[in-house]
Design a binder for this molecule. Structure first.
Ligand SMILES: [Fe+2]
Length: 296
């Protein structure tokens, strides 16, 4: 007898149970749980829509092309996971903070190079384009205690909505990226430009899926952060620009209310001179709170 561990033959009514039973002797209990649940949900999906053979072939072709579109520098399957909300769901399940630390969101596909170490106050807009913006904040522990020597890794798009790695030869390497270290009061600050909304890569199968379903590929303007400090859990997150389009329809569902900030214009010649920006300038303040490593 092959197939189901129980010896039961395949039938439409009990297809999920029969196939799930074939995995009953999987030695790793977690693998058994995952694959069994996957079979149950997959069979329920096929029965729910009564998938036709033509649709099944389209699905196989779509997944095949999704794999073929992926390379060392492009991950179409992650993009698929992103637009289906699976990346955010996995991220959210695995980083429940109970409101006691800065909320996390997706890493995204553009942290592919190490951010260059920079000094507090440096300008990360190496191409000098865009609307000048002072970015500042504090990194603290869960009780508000400042975390001196914390690292703050940031990366963002230019005003055209592209990361440096998407425009080699146009943007200088390391443009709009920086690795900063907080001062004794846990503070960080640097000069940049206001980021812009941008479309995720939409010239592959995932873009076709979005087009066929009437969805746009855009993400609202944001600045990526990874904050880390010894003895604390790092947080990977974004801060979103409050007046950006697409805040309520992020193609990858990354927006959380607690991560949206106003980026007001500051008209203060003295302050502008102090930080080395032309007056007026925009200002983005984003404080990050980290949980201790031993947080339950
Ligand atoms: Fe991004």
């Amino acid at each position: 007898m092959t197939g189901g561990a129980s010896g039961e033959l395949f039938s439409e009514e009990r297809s999920a149970e029969v196939v799930a039973a074939s995995f009953a002797h999987t030695p790793d209990p977690r693998l058994r749980q995952v694959v069994t649940s996957l079979v149950r949900h997959l069979h329920a999906f096929v029965k729910d829509v009564e998938l036709t053979e033509e649709e099944w072939a389209v699905g196989i072709d779509f997944l095949t092309r999704t794999g073929q579109t992926s390379s060392d520098t492009r991950q179409e399957f992650i993009l698929l996971s992103d637009v289906l909300g699976v990346s955010m769901l996995v991220e959210t399940i695995n980083h429940r903070t109970g409101g006691t630390s800065t909320e996390s969101t997706v890493l995204g596909p553009f942290h592919v190079v190490d951010s260059p170490p920079r000094q507090l106050g440096d300008d990360i807009a190496l191409d000098g384009k865009g609307t000048p913006c002072l970015v500042s904040g504090r990194v603290t522990g869960p009780d508000g205690e400042p975390l001196a020597g914390a690292t703050v890794d940031v990366w963002q798009t230019n005003e055209d909505g592209f990361y440096d790695v998407q425009q080699p030869g146009i943007q200088p390497p390391g443009n709009l990226r920086g690795l900063f270290t907080t001062d004794d009061a846990g503070r960080f600050w640097f000069r940049s430009v206001v980021p812009r909304f941008y479309p995720i890569p939409d010239d592959g199968p995932v873009g076709q899926l979005l087009a066929a379903t009437g969805r746009h590929p855009n993400r609202p303007a944001h600045l990526h952060f990874i904050a880390a400090a010894p003895g604390h859990r790092p947080v990977t997150t974004h801060v979103f620009v409050a007046d950006s389009p697409y805040l309520d329809s992020d193609a990858v569902f990354g927006v959380k209310e607690s991560l949206v900030r106003e980026v007001p214009e500051v008209d203060d010649p003295a302050r502008a001179a102090e930080v080395g920006l032309a007056n007026p300038f925009r200002a983005l303040t984003f404080d990050l709170s980290l949980l201790r490593e031993d947080h339950p």
